[in-house]
Design a protein. Structure first.
Length: 278
């Protein structure tokens, strides 16, 4: 018992020493922690201490971007060759449906922005006669047709006089009708720039239809395909466009303003009739 008491006494002393050592370490650790907090430490995220108050020997100077003098440069718009773009788009169309789609997707003509409808053509594409009229007016733009109103009635009467028509029962006597412009120019005379831009589409249209006889009604079509205006002087005289016999004629709108010119139009129609027979 005496031995056991001695052992217990010694164990108690050892435990007391361990507790005292632990208390000494705690206070030392706490003092070190409080010292770091006073220095500004908020988080312990590094394995090794980092002195953030250390000043580097050389501090890199910030790079300042040069300040441009004067007003900012105005961006220069990229010039587009509208005629070349139209030619490329038109030549790539393998048929009339593709050509109509290509014209609708063409955005390099200002007329498109002010038009309601794209006016392509009327009638049978297999017709022997292809008639190209003036640029559509506002009435045609609203109706979506090549010709409308009294102008269309006069046109139908003119061709009916020689037994032709857009909707003729005989396929061989049908007329295919289109306009010089796919979009209306309103009451403003067609601009030379617009005519030059849209000519490739018109020429491709003729090539795809491949008519036996071509009729140009009005100054716009003559200027685009013959390179000259003055249809009242050119009418009645056969010309050639893309290897096809071409007859310049006055447009129904001109004939309505000058009734005496209907006599000349009748002579032109008879010449077309003779050409078809020959």
């Amino acid at each position: 018992m005496a031995g056991a008491s001695a052992t217990l006494h010694m164990t108690s002393i050892g435990a007391t020493v361990c507790v005292m050592d632990s208390m000494d370490t705690y206070w030392a650790d706490r003092a070190a922690l409080e010292w770091q907090v006073e220095l500004g430490v908020t988080e312990a995220i590094l394995d090794a201490p980092l002195n953030r108050y250390e000043v580097p020997e050389a501090v890199a100077k910030p790079v300042v971007a040069p300040v441009a003098k004067g007003p900012p440069a105005i961006p220069v718009p990229v010039e587009v060759d509208c005629v070349a773009q139209a030619r490329k788009s038109a030549d790539a169309a393998p048929d009339l449906a593709a050509l109509q789609t290509a014209i609708g997707a063409f955005d390099h003509c200002d007329l498109k922005r002010g038009a309601r409808n794209l006016i392509f053509a009327e009638g049978d594409a297999a017709a022997r006669i292809m008639v190209i009229g003036e640029a559509p007016e506002r009435d045609e733009d609203r109706a979506g047709t090549v010709l409308s109103g009294d102008r269309r009635l006069l046109l139908d009467k003119m061709f009916a006089a020689i037994d032709l028509g857009v909707a003729h029962d005989d396929v061989a006597r049908r007329v295919y009708l289109t306009a010089a412009f796919p979009w209306s120019a309103g009451s403003v005379p067609p601009k030379p720039a617009d005519m030059a831009t849209l000519t490739p589409f018109l020429e491709r249209h003729i090539a795809l239809v491949n008519p036996d006889v071509l009729i140009l009604m009005g100054n716009t079509a003559c200027q685009m395909l013959l390179g000259k205006s003055g249809v009242s002087r050119m009418r009645g005289q056969w010309a050639e466009v893309l290897g096809r016999p071409t007859m310049p004629m006055m447009h129904p709108a001109q004939l309505m303003q000058t009734p005496l010119a209907k006599r000349d139009a009748w002579a032109d129609l008879l010449a077309v009739q003779d050409k078809l027979r020959g």
